[in-house]
Design a protein around this ligand. Structure first.
Ligand code: ADP
Ligand code: ASP
Ligand code: MG
Length: 422
């Protein structure tokens, strides 16, 4: 007998029919003698619908009182899907009980809409499992020290699942989704993308942080910190397929360096449409300028990603960086009102139609010329690179958004991923 945490995403929970399918699958695991904790997402579209209602009443506001209510609101999506799954399981003859994050409780800090999990008390969950029940815990949410409901950021049910698996020392955390594993790139953009049988934790971390939304970045961080065995697999296989076949399907996230002799140089390509570029033009090229521009941005809690400062000409330079779309207007206003006048810069311009494309692979550590090959491939396609950022196992470029698909497909082919058989 083993303990498994199953996580089902929004599409997998998207209708009563799909919820029944999930229930049949979970009941199969329970009947095989395993203890199962299930972490469901809200039914697909529900979180967007709820947040849309809030926006109709009041546009996004940067204050805690507003964000508190957004969490109160959005958390209901998972409460509904969890109860529905419990009902479906019971109707299959499988005893089941559902809990919200605060009932468990899953304790978090108090950063509404992007809270971090601090601890999980698994006592009542264990008692129910020992009594033969499947336990369902709402994804995406917890409770802060003041008793307020918090949510973990979009896609946060992945993190709930991995955190529960870590706290309960589960044998494995199975992330069921609408694709059958982690691919060399998003299979919806590149039909030739190949599924990876295994992916190293480090690569998965980079891919998630660079925009592959198949796993929320924090779930991968959690898995790394607590060494939680984690697998991404399809919820769309027939529910009654052989359990052992199911248990070995999909993509396993591994913690050991791959035993394969020949490491693929590039394992995957990630992209992110969610950033915008801001340039402060004609900045005096003097010490402390980066701080005077980015200090106020950080103080406003705006995350900055790629940064580039150009060579100075006549003692003036241009300073560019990217931020999330959701912070774009706020960042522009802030710079125009506070930074430009005090810094004596010329102007601030922005471009929201950009994207970031990244190649990722631990094999890049031991190979030279990978980045330059990336640049060559893009130049052959006539794609202009606006910004570049590199680390040991990735190279990212910022390009015009209209070239995203062309760039990803060309790079996928050039790095041999169309043929990859991992
Ligand atoms: P869920 O609702 O189950 O959490 P998500 O929509 O959050 O599912 O994540 C699954 C989606 O991630 C897939 O449908 C796919 O389009 C996208 N995706 C992006 N990059 C990858 C990748 N490298 N491998 C697999 N899927 C990817
Ligand atoms: N329902 C939440 C969202 O849509 C959390 C999740 O699905 O993981 O972001
Ligand atoms: Mg997701």
């Amino acid at each position: 007998m083993a303990l498994y945490v199953h996580k089902y995403g929004g599409t997998s929970m998207g209708s009563t029919e799909r919820i029944r399918n999930v229930a049949k699958r979970v009941a199969k695991w329970a009947r095989a003698g395993h203890q199962v904790v299930v972490v469901p997402s809200a039914m697909s579209g529900e979180t967007n619908r709820l947040l849309g209602l809030a926006k109709e009443l009041a546009p996004a506001r940067a204050n805690d009182a507003y964000h508190r209510e957004l969490d109160m609101l959005a958390a209901t999506g998972e409460q509904a899907s969890s109860a529905l799954l419990a009902i479906a399981l019971q109707s299959e003859g499988q005893p089941a009980v559902s809990y919200t994050g605060w009932q468990v409780p899953i304790r978090t800090d108090d950063s509404y809409t992007k809270a971090r999990i601090e601890s999980i008390d698994d006592q009542r969950v264990r008692a129910d499992l020992d009594a033969g029940k499947v336990v369902i815990i709402t994804g995406f949410q917890g409770i802060d020290a003041g008793g307020n409901i918090t949510t973990l950021g979009r896609g946060g049910s992945d993190t709930s699942a991995v955190a529960v698996a870590a706290a309960m020392k589960a044998d494995e955390c199975l992330i069921y989704t609408d694709v059958d594993g982690v691919y060399t790139t998003d299979p919806r953009v590149v039909p030739q993308a190949k599924r990876l049988k295994t992916v190293s934790f480090e690569e998965m971390l980079e891919m998630a942080s660079l925009g592959s939304k198949v796993l929320q970045i924090r779930s991968v961080e959690f898995a790394g910190k607590y060494k939680v065995p984690m697998r991404v697999l399809s919820s769309f296989t027939p529910w009654d397929i052989d359990l052992n076949e199911e248990a070995t399907s999909g993509t396993l996230i591994t913690f050991e360096e791959d035993e394969k002799m020949e490491q693929a140089v590039v394992s995957g390509i990630a992209f992110n449409r969610g950033e915008a570029k801001i340039s402060v033009l004609g900045v005096p090229d003097t010490p402390g300028v980066a701080y005077r521009i980015l200090g106020p941005v950080a103080d406003a809690n705006i995350e900055v990603d790629v940064i580039i400062q150009n060579l100075s000409k006549d003692g003036r330079t241009d300073f560019s960086f990217t931020v999330n779309h959701s912070d774009y207007d706020r960042a522009l206003d802030l710079l125009r009102e506070k930074v430009v006048p005090s810094l004596g810069a010329q102007e601030v311009v922005g471009d929201a139609e950009i994207c970031k494309v990244s190649i990722v692979g631990i094999g890049m550590r031991s190979h030279v010329g990978v980045a330059s090959k990336m640049f060559r491939v893009l130049s052959e396609e006539g794609i202009n690179i606006q910004m570049i950022s590199t680390s040991e196992i990735k190279t990212s470029v910022v390009i015009d958004e209209k070239y995203l698909e062309l760039a990803v497909r060309a790079l996928h082919k050039a790095f041999g991923l169309d043929q990859a058989a991992a």
